[in-house]
Ligand binder design. Sequence first.
Ligand code: AMP
Ligand code: GLY
Length: 424
Amino acid sequence: MKILIVGSGGREHALAWKAAQSPLASEVLVAPGNAGTGREPKVRNVAVEATDIPGLIDLAYREGVDLTIVGPEAPLVAGIVDRFTEAGLTCLGPTAAAARLEGSKSFAKDFLARHGIPTARHETFTDLAAAARYLEAHPGAHVVKADGLASGKGVVVADDQAAALDAAAAMLNGAFGEAGRRIVIEERLVGVEASFIVLADGLDYVAFPTSEDHKRLADGDRGPNTGGMGAFSPASAVDAALEAVIRRQIIEPTLRGLQDDGHRYRGFLYAGLMLTADGPKVLEFNCRFGDPETQPIMMRLRSDLVALAAAAAHGTLSSQTLEIDPRPGLCVVLAAPGYPGAVRTGDPITGLDAADPETKVFHAGTREADGAVRSCGGRVLGVTSLGATLEEARERAYRRLEAIALDGGLYRRDIGRRPYGSRP
Ligand code: AMP
Ligand code: GLY
């Protein structure tokens, strides 16, 4: 089978690397890919942007692609699966209608409320005066969210009423463009976060191992929210009993609710959860795999990704089970100076070549130019290791990262070091 992976980040490098290991894959194309995917055996980059849906359809015809797997949310929300299907091509992912679960936070919150799935209490606003009245009537800490896609950055966790009101005003005044013309204000939940990602086809699904992301820029979970500065798997606070609760109270009612609403959900579904004293609650849905969660999860996945993806796309997922490496995996992200704001790009990256079977350096914002691998985006690399323990995976990943040089590159020193194991 010829496989096409859409995207250019660390997630797509991990998906392409894993797909290329499948005996079912004759070749893996990545559009547009990065310097890392360009160097993988059996993998070839093609210069078509992830949002150029007509260009991707052309490519899939020209190359005789059998199965397309979409990494990022933007093409999914824009309807890539609908367009591929109309063109008679197989593309794994939700339709645009189902991808609204990620594309609109107000849609997701209304969906959760309507189907009785646990989540933070919320209200949607387009008007600042109404938002101010709501905040006044609901004392306590709040989170203010831009309704539309904002690359994981349109969320302000406010410490007090004044900060919440400031965030609401900034968003409604256009700080996130159209994405913030409508906002969701929700109660701030307290607990430990975890990511739960499944591959679904209607009501059938297989669950990947749990994971935990580090969204804040700086050590100690301080600084602005980012796309994710590191991740590890399994999540620290999810045991088998809690996983069963998550499946029963969140994943299964979500897939059923989508089906009842007329959307057979096909593709990866990511539930961002807060494990609270009242049980797990949904913070957000993503209609795709997580980045950087994909990196440690793909390192741990022993099953054939292409077989899984093809089964989901063709309606035979119930025949599939997952085999997972019991060893924990951990990924540390190296970002360019300035991230998550405007970053400096074009700097050479050295120290990439050493090989260690337990460690993989996944590329994100990199490209080959003038005989060097150079930075070209916010998150540049995700150094990912397996270990007998999380601590061993952590030491391995940091040791490997410290041998890599990127001028001004920044990374967190405390990935995997949350005070974990305890949940409220
Ligand atoms: P989201 O993109 O909605 O997942 O939000 C990004 C991050 O903001 C989450 O990973 C949490 O760390 C935080 N967050 C979002 N919603 C809440 C909430 N209701 N309570 C506390 N923290 C939240
Ligand atoms: N790491 C969080 C996300 O992929 O949205």
